[in-house]
Each structure stands twice: as C-alpha cells, then as structure tokens.
Design a protein around this ligand. Structure first.
Ligand SMILES: NC(=O)c1ccc[n+]([C@@H]2O[C@H](COP(=O)([O-])OP(=O)(O)OC[C@H]3O[C@@H](n4cnc5c(N)ncnc54)[C@H](O)[C@@H]3O)[C@@H](O)[C@H]2O)c1
Length: 260
C-alpha cells in the first residue's frame, strides 16, 4: 500500500461500527493497520464484530443520543492513548412522511441521534485532537442533504446540519492541525435501507428489494447502487494522510447519482 494511505500506527474510534458502513469501515481499517475502539448502541452486534475482527478489540456500548454517553466514550478513547481518527457513523432513518404528517417524536429522535450525536462526537474528538495537534474527524452525511426529496425532510435536515457542523469545526480546529470532513453516500446496500422492502411481519420482500435496487441503479451514472466497502474506502482516504490537505469538505461517493 502507498504509505500515505496506510493507517499503520494510527488509533481510530468508529461510532456506529456494528452494522453496514461502520462494519465495513472497521474491517478495512484493520486491513490498513489501525488499532480500533468500536462503539455502537447494539452490544450484541458489536461483540460479534469484535470476535470477527479478532485480536484485542476495544469496544464501548454507547447511545449517541445521550451527550454524557458520547463524552464517556471520549474519556475512554483518550485514556487509551492518542486518537488519530474519529468516525461518526451512527444514524437512523424514519418511515417516509410529508412534513404535514411528521410527528414531534420522529423529529426529536432523528435530531438527537443524527444531529446531536454527531455534534457531541465532534466535540469529544476535537478536544482530544486539538491537544495532540493532529487528527481526522469524519462525519456521515447523505446525498439527501443536497437534494430535496418527498418524505425525507427530517433525515435530510439532520444531514444538512452535519455538513455545517463539519465546515464550522474545520475552521475552528484547522489551525491546530485537525481535519474535519463529511461523506455523503448515495444509496448503499446496508440494513438501514431494508425498511423500504420489509413486509409488516418483518420478512424481506425480495421482489420489492430487486425493483428498488434496479430503480436506484438506473439513476446513477455508474448504473449501480453502492456497497458498504465503497464508502469505507472513501472514509479510509479521509482518515489517512493521503488527504492531508483536505478539510471542511463533503465527499460524495454516490456512483454519480447526485452531482450538486
Ligand atoms: N445506507 C445508505 O444508503 C446511506 C446513505 C447515506 C448516508 N448513510 C449514513 O451512513 C451512516 C451509516 O449508515 P448504514 O447504512 O451503515 O446504517 P446501519 O443501520 O447499517 O448502521 C447504523 C449503525 O448505527 C448504530 N446506531 C443507531 N443508533 C445509535 C445510537 N443512538 N447510538 C449509537 N449507535 C447507534 C446502529 O446500531 C448501527 O450499528 C448513517 O449515518 C446513515 O445515515 C447511509
């Protein structure tokens, strides 16, 4: 591997590591030589991932909707040594609904997890990295932050906010040598998107899945939807020294589905 892309000797915190993009990122970071602290609300899935990765994997069961839970993760991470990389991937979606039908519970839940979770994660990481004088923070945004679509107002506004948190923090910590960027994936085949083709009994409607994937592929210049590893590779770039001159940016691994 070209030296700048290696994570050998680097320590990374991955929040939302237990599924989808986070899981693929954990695997890729281990391949790239990083030491990891994996965090998620789903303790069982987290333990499964740690066993899969082998070695001495540090884990933390946290709820990013709780500021104190995120701050405790920062203290745990800082106590283990330097933190070179902090990835905020924990996120949730809600069933599509027009703004006239959105409930306050849904609005509050998505803001608590997708927006405030990233905000406090950024604060915890930045405190450590400013002291060190180095580090890279990567936040999960979405193509939905750039282009309005019916029924996803709440998710989209949380992701638009993530982009502004990213840019603002980048200006604040850049002089200390700390970089902050967002990734804005297009449609990726992860457990997050299964709500779109699950039957009421929880089973997967494979025909509906195939039809949705085909229609999403059709709207992308590359004529395919994304795999978690596609996004993990973008995150690896932003985490590594290969992106040493990149900060305050939104990178869009989306197969060409959105070109704002
Ligand atoms: N899959 C896509 O198409 C897509 C597209 C654009 C952006 N994203 C974003 O990428 C990120 C990862 O998505 P994914 O597709 O891998 O989803 P996923 O559902 O597979 O994984 C999300 C992870 O976040 C964890 N999580 C949820 N709430 C949490 C909380 N309160 N505290 C701690 N952890 C929590 C879950 O347990 C899960 O492990 C999300 O922020 C998502 O919004 C996904």
């Amino acid at each position: 591997m070209i030296g700048e892309f290696s994570l050998a000797g680097k320590r990374a915190v991955i929040v939302g590591a237990a599924s989808g993009i986070g899981r693929a990122t954990a695997h890729l970071f281990v391949e790239a030589g990083a030491t990891l602290l994996l965090a998620d609300i789903n303790g069982d899935a987290l333990a499964g991932l740690a066993a899969e990765l082998g070695g001495d994997m540090a884990t933390a069961v946290i709820d990013v909707a709780s500021r104190s839970s995120v701050e405790a993760l920062g203290i745990q991470a800082g106590s283990l040594g330097p933190v070179d990389i902090w990835v905020n991937l924990a996120g949730v979606v809600a069933a599509p609904a027009p703004i006239t039908q959105v409930t306050e519970d849904v609005l509050d839940r998505l803001i608590a997890i997708n927006l405030k979770g990233v905000f406090w994660g950024c604060a915890a990481a930045a405190r450590i990295m400013e002291r060190q004088g180095s580090g890279s923070i990567i936040n999960a945004s979405s193509a939905g932050a750039d282009v309005p679509a019916e029924g996803i107002s709440v998710y989209a506004l949380t992701k638009a906010a993530v982009n502004m948190i990213t840019r603002t923090l980048a200006t604040e910590v850049g002089p200390s040598g700390v970089r902050v960027n967002s990734i804005a994936p297009g449609f990726i085949d992860t457990p997050m998107v299964t709500y779109r083709f699950r039957r009421p009994d929880g089973s997967i409607d494979t025909d509906a899945r195939a039809a949705l994937f085909a229609s999403r592929a059709e709207t992308a210049a590359l004529r395919r939807i994304g795999e978690p590893r596609d996004i993990a590779l973008t995150i690896l770039y932003l985490a590594s020294d290969a992106s040493a001159f990149v900060t305050g940016q939104v990178l869009r691994p989306n197969g060409g589905s959105v070109m704002p």
